[in-house]
Ligand binder design. Structure first.
Ligand SMILES: NC(=O)c1ccc[n+]([C@@H]2O[C@H](COP(=O)([O-])OP(=O)(O)OC[C@H]3O[C@@H](n4cnc5c(N)ncnc54)[C@H](O)[C@@H]3O)[C@@H](O)[C@H]2O)c1
Length: 358
C-alpha cells in the first residue's frame, strides 16, 4: 500500500478550520480507496508562532518539511502583524525556497453554484490560470532609502529572467495541450512595460513554435478583465505574471461564485522539492471562529494534491463528492448565499465519499 506523508500548515484565521476539514475528507477518501494511506503532521507556524518567537516559522522550518510528499497549507495573515511580514515570513518563504514556480489555479462553475455573470454556467466558464510564482513583481527586489524623510524613495523592481519565463511558458503550453481545447492566452502588458513584458511576449512566441497544435494569443491585462467578464467562453488556459495572475485569479474566483471555493497548487514540476497545495483565499478575519468558512476550496485543492501524488482516481472521486455536495443548496455556506456550516459541508462530503460506488 502506498503511504503519503503530508505536512499540514494551517497558518492563521480560517486556515485552521478549512485545513482541519480537508484532512478529515482526505482521510475518508484514503479509507474508501483502500489503495493508499495518508499521514498528516501538523506544523503550528503562523502569526501566533510569530508573537511567541518573533518569526513565522523556525530557522530550520524548510528542512523540517523538505522530505514530505506534499504540503497542505491554509492561509496566513493576522490583523496585528503586517501582511508583508506574514506573507514573506511563511508562504513566500516556502514557495521561493522550494522553487514552486508554477502556481496553477483551476476555475470552474461547480454544479449548484450560481456565478454573478448572467447566463454563464459551467459550459461557458472553465479555465486554468497559470501564475508565474517565482519572479516578476514578487521577486523581492527593491528597497527603501532615506526613511521618513521628505526625499524618501522606495523601489519595487519586477524581475524577469529568460530561464524563468521560458519554463513557465513551457509549463503553460504543456498544460494547454493536455486540455481538450488546446488553447492558451498569454496575458501581458507590453504596451506600457516595455522591457520585461516585451521579453515575456518574445519568449511566448518562441515557445509557441514548439507547440503547433496549441492555439494561442496575447491579451493585455486590462483588456483581460473585460474578456473574462464579457466573453468567458473564449478562454481556456491562461498564463500571466505573478502580479497579474494574482489579481486575475481573485476575479476568476469571484466570477465562479466565491473565493471560498477556489483551489491552487504551487508546483515544483521537477519534484526536487515538495509542492504546496492551498485554497486561494486568505485568513478571512471577518468570519474566523464562526464555523462558516467554506471548505470547498480546500477540498478541491485536495484533488490537485492527489493528482500530483499520482492518485488520479482518488482525485476524481473526491471531485465527484464535492460536486454532489455543491449541487445541493442545503450545503451552501453564507458566502454562497446559504446557511450551512463548515461542519455540515464536511460531513456531507465525507458521506458522499463513503456512499460513492462508482
Ligand atoms: N494565501 C494566503 O495566505 C493569503 C491570500 C490572501 C490574503 N491573505 C491574507 O489574509 C488576510 C485577509 O485578507 P483579505 O480579507 O484580503 O482576503 P480573504 O481571502 O481572507 O477574504 C476576502 C473575503 O472573502 C471571504 N472569504 C475568504 N475565504 C472564505 C471562505 N473559505 N469561506 C467564506 N468566505 C471566505 C472573507 O470572509 C472576506 O470577506 C490578510 O492578512 C491577507 O494578507 C493571505
Amino acid at each position: 500500500m502506498k503511504h503519503y506523508r503530508i505536512a499540514a500548515i494551517p497558518g492563521d484565521g480560517i486556515g485552521a478550520e478549512v485545513i482541519g476539514a480537508g484532512i478529515e475528507v482526505l482521510k475518508a477518501l484514503a479509507r474508501r480507496d483502500g489503495g493508499f494511506a495518508m499521514e498528516f503532521e501538523s506544523f503550528d507556524w503562523g502569526s501566533d508562532y510569530y508573537h511567541q518567537h518573533g518569526v513565522m516559522m523556525p530557522a530550520d522550518g524548510l528542512e523540517q518539511v523538505a522530505d514530505f510528499d506534499a504540503l497542505y497549507f491554509g492561509a496566513v495573515g493576522a490583523p496585528d502583524v503586517p501582511d508583508h511580514v506574514t506573507l514573506w515570513g511563511l508562504r513566500l518563504a516556502i514557495c521561493q525556497s522550494f522553487d514552486q514556480y508554477a502556481n496553477v489555479r483551476p476555475t470552474r462553475i461547480l454544479p449548484g453554484i450560481e456565478g454573478p455573470l448572467r447566463g454563464v454556467g459551467p459550459d461557458r466558464l472553465d479555465w486554468v490560470i497559470v501564475r508565474e510564482n517565482s519572479e516578476g513583481e514578487y521577486a523581492g527586489q527593491g528597497g527603501r532609502s532615506h526613511r521618513g524623510l521628505p526625499e524618501e524613495v522606495a523601489t519595487e523592481v519586477a524581475i524577469f529572467t529568460r530561464s524563468g519565463v521560458t519554463r513557465i511558458m513551457r509549463f503553460a503550453f504543456e498544460l494547454a495541450r493536455s486540455r481538450p481545447r488546446k488553447k492558451l492566452t498569454v496575458v501581458t502588458k507590453s504596451n506600457a512595460q516595455r522591457h520585461g513584458m516585451v521579453m515575456w511576449d518574445e519568449i511566448a512566441a518562441e515557445v509557441a513554435a514548439e507547440y503547433p497544435d496549441v492555439e494561442w494569443g496575447k491579451e493585455l491585462v486590462d483588456a483581460m478583465t473585460m474578456r473574462m467578464t464579457l466573453r468567458p467562453e473564449t478562454l481556456d488556459t491562461i498564463v500571466a505574471t505573478n502580479l497579474h495572475a494574482d489579481i486575475l485569479s481573485d476575479l476568476a474566483a469571484a466570477l465562479a461564485g466565491s473565493l471560498g471555493i477556489a483551489p491552487t497548487s504551487n508546483l515544483n514540476p521537477e519534484r526536487r522539492f515538495p509542492s504546496m497545495f492551498e485554497p486561494i483565499h486568505g485568513s478571512a478575519f471577518d468570519i474566523t471562529g464562526k464555523g462558516i468558512a467554506n471548505p470547498i476550496g480546500t477540498f478541491w485543492t485536495g484533488t490537485l494534491m492527489l493528482d500530483h501524488l499520482g492518485e488520479p482516481e482518488a482525485a476524481t472521486r473526491l471531485m465527484r463528492a464535492v460536486e454532489r455536495v455543491t449541487a445541493d443548496h442545503a450545503f451552501h455556506t453564507p458566502d454562497l448565499g446559504g446557511e450551512a456550516t463548515t461542519r455540515k459541508v464536511t460531513d456531507a462530503v465525507v458521506a458522499a465519499i463513503d456512499g460513492d460506488n462508482e
